[in-house]
Write a protein of this length. Structure first.
Length: 256
């Protein structure tokens, strides 16, 4: 293997193969490592470890795929490393055994959605990472409908929160109109209808707040006006009676 030769030529570094098909382990990836020359007892040995990607993928499936999302790992040249073969968001070739990705589609994803770029294709949002030291690229595929559902759910929550916040304001406005504004408007209408002294009538109130104090002050003012009016009328009547008596006293001697 070229990877083993590279590992032997560069002691102390781990070399990795591209994914390949093995008769023993199926879809496989291998790591080769030759210890540094300072590890004299084993410095001439080369360790090779093969990993069954199908088994690894099945164990990582709960992590890689959730509702409306899935992860896929590719090499720099576009070969699939790990993916959930049962996820409908991935372009699986129909009737392929074992399940394989349609690389003509995933190659477009890798070219367009890498690093800070993203791609929207076939109701999917594809986000890609940059290549790591192992030469692998991680791609996140999200169902666009799930994003819309999530946005709609948050908008519904926002509307509910606004309703909960606005409802107390509406109730407070109604309470202010009922308990504060209406008595003031009633007092204003009563004062507007006062054209003569006969229109002065006290208002009934059972309130002890500022509005009640205002109405009681109005009633006290009405009583003072009525009392002063009565005094003026009594004074006018006494004056007329006095004038009549004066006239009688002046006219009386002339007829004696």
């Amino acid at each position: 293997m070229d990877t083993v030769a590279k590992a032997r030529a560069t002691p102390g570094r781990v070399m990795m193969t591209a994914p390949y098909r093995s008769q023993l382990s199926g879809q496989t990836i291998a790591f080769a490592f030759r210890p540094p020359r300072s590890w004299k007892p084993v410095s001439t040995m080369t360790a090779v470890v093969e990993i069954d990607l199908d088994t690894l993928g099945s164990r990582l499936q709960p992590i890689m795929s959730t509702r409306g999302t899935t992860l896929a790992i590719f090499t720099n040249d576009g070969q699939p490393v790990l993916f959930d073969a049962e996820n409908p968001l991935l372009p699986i070739i129909a009737r392929s055994v074992p399940r394989a990705l349609d690389t003509s589609i995933t190659d477009q994803w890798l070219r367009s959605a890498t690093g800070e770029n993203f791609l929207v294709r076939d109701q999917r949002l594809i986000l890609g990472s940059g290549s790591n030291r192992a030469g692998w690229i991680l791609q996140l595929i999200i169902d666009q409908n799930m994003i819309e559902e999530s946005i709609n759910a948050r908008l519904s929550t926002l509307r509910s929160a606004l309703f909960v916040l606005v409802l107390p304001l509406v109730l407070a406005s109604i309470l202010i109109a009922v308990f504060f504004s209406r008595p003031v408007r009633q007092l204003s209408r009563t004062m507007d209808h006062i054209l003569t002294l006969d229109d002065l009538h006290p208002l009934e109130t059972r309130r002890w707040d500022e509005i009640g104090t205002l109405i009681m002050s109005y009633n006290a003012l009405i009583k003072r006006i009525q009392y002063m009016t009565l005094e003026v009328q009594q004074a006018e009547a006494a004056k007329k009676e006095y004038e009549i008596k004066m006239l009688q006293s002046q006219i009386g001697p002339h007829f004696l």
